[in-house]
Ligand binder design. Structure first.
Ligand code: SAJ
Length: 433
């Protein structure tokens, strides 16, 4: 294990004293957001220590490797590691900035679980020095940044913490700055996107803003922490509601016997209409989760947002039913194209395509062929089902039914002639585009 920061290094003094130049950032959580952020910060000259609870992750990063797939991340991490600017550790070091990028999962009751953020706050507390800044990036319910402040205050009675609504300077700064990057474009969007930086006090926002301004080409917009927390949840809820509109429309169009893709394409020629694309349901770790955080905080008011979640979840159920109807209609094999949660990524977690394929394989496995260019073998859940992973050509030769679940670029060369004589169910409208 590489040594974390040299804790003998003088850390910036209290807010009323001129701070020493900052150069150390501790990024807590080396997942899809933390690792790319740590590597980008290192590439901009910061001394970054990535912290993770997994020994394997720490070893991998210290060896200049990556444990997740993301475009350009391998090169970035290798260079950052080679330059000595990025190290990893199981322990939180003393640093000028602490960035919390740990998961905030949904509980069975569809309420936010912020226990990893709370653990990170407890791990930071013994290390934090006057003048330091703690930033939460994890998607969080409103009030989480203040909860982090409360935890640090309890563990460090020697420090004066900033208080929401007060202008009094604290010994340390706390802010919320949500990640907004799109899987598949994380490295580019980390630098290019605008950022919203919400401080517990305005001074906290401007202190955290200094870190982001060092590498963000987009605008760094400052506000308070409660607004910034709400903004993050709003962004993903907005997208979920809009996708739900498209998904509901696709079911209505089926009832009416009209082509939803034609309807959307023509409706979108209205100057103030911009309908998103229906699909087999909504996946990923964010859009299908974050709206529940708003619902949990305001259950009586959040009717549209809750309904949108239910509409999008139902779309996966509806899609599976339609595939089962096709299986009942013909005796032959069905080829399912794609398992990923969206096109051109290798992430099969929280994927409606994967859920549908797994469920079909359970009862009809011997008739299921899966085509997934991002898989070298079928995920473990398919074991013993009889389902097979095949190349696209084989699926086209053998299957009687073709179901497009993911519009990967690798499928886009398909022509009507390739599908002649087959039953086709295109959940993404790929063949129309
Ligand atoms: N989808 C549709 N129809 C569409 C667009 C998307 O069915 O028209 C589906 C996708 O297939 C996928 C799901 O929605 O299953 C989510 O995909 P996405 O591309 O909309 O979003 P994510 O989950 O990859 O990333 C989102 C982004 N948020 C917004 O666009 C508002 C990203 O900027 C966030 O940083 C990310 O969530 C996050 O981490 O919160």
């Amino acid at each position: 294990m590489n040594a974390p920061f040299d804790t003998s290094t003088a850390i910036g003094p209290a807010a009323n004293v001129q701070p020493a130049p900052d150069h150390q950032v501790a990024v807590i959580g080396l997942g899809y957001i933390g690792l790319p952020t740590a590597a980008v910060l290192a590439s901009y000259g910061w001394d970054v220590c990535g912290v993770d609870v997994s020994e394997k992750v720490v070893e991998t990063v210290n060896a200049g490797g990556i444990h997740i797939e993301e475009k350009d991340l391998d090169r970035l991490v290798r260079e950052a590691s080679d330059s000595g600017k990025l190290t990893a550790s199981l322990e939180v070091p003393s640093a000028h900035f602490y960035m919390i990028a740990v998961p905030t999962p949904l509980t069975e009751e569809k309420t936010p679980d912020i226990s990893y953020v709370e653990s990170a706050a407890r791990a930071i507390a013994p290390q934090v020095q006057p003048g330091a800044c703690v930033i939460v990036e994890s998607t969080s319910p409103v009030g989480t940044t203040e909860r982090v402040a409360q935890i640090i205050a309890e563990l460090r009675p020697d420090l004066k913490l900033p208080v929401y609504g007060s202008q009094e300077p604290g010994d340390i700064a706390l802010a919320y700055c949500p990640e907004r990057v799109l899987p598949g474009k994380i490295v580019r969007e980390l630098v290019q996107n605008d950022r919203v930086i919400g401080g517990i006090t305005p001074a906290c926002a401007s202190r955290a803003g200094a870190l982001y301004k060092s590498f963000v080409e987009g605008d760094c917009l400052t506000t308070n922490c409660r607004i910034a927390e709400t903004v993050k949840l709003t962004e993903n809820s907005y997208r979920d509601v809009n996708i739900a509109f498209a998904n509901e429309l696709s079911v209505i169009a089926d009832d009416l016997g009209v082509d939803v893709w034609d309807v959307i394409a023509l409706a979108n020629r209205h100057p103030r209409v911009n309908i998103l694309q229906p699909g087999p349901g909504v996946g990923g770790h964010c859009i299908a989760v974050d709206p529940w955080f708003l619902v949990a905080s305001s259950p009586k008011a959040a009717n549209l947002i809750r309904t949108a979640r239910e509409v999008n979840d139902f779309k996966a159920v509806y899609t599976e039913r339609r595939v089962r109807a096709l299986l009942d209609a013909v005796p032959g094999k069905v080829a399912l194209l794609g398992l990923a949660f969206k096109p051109d990524i290798d992430d099969f977690r929280e994927s409606p395509a994967m859920e549908i394929a797994l469920s079909l394989a359970k009862t009809r496995g011997s008739r299921i062929m899966v085509v997934e260019p991002y898989a070298t073998e079928l995920p473990a859940g398919f074991a013993g089902s009889g389902a097979q992973l095949v190349e696209l050509d084989e699926a086209l030769q053998t299957a009687e039914v073709i179901v497009v679940l993911v519009d990967h670029t690798a499928f886009k060369h398909l022509l009507p002639a390739d599908l002649a004589g087959k039953l086709v169910f295109d959940t993404r409208g790929m063949l129309k585009k």
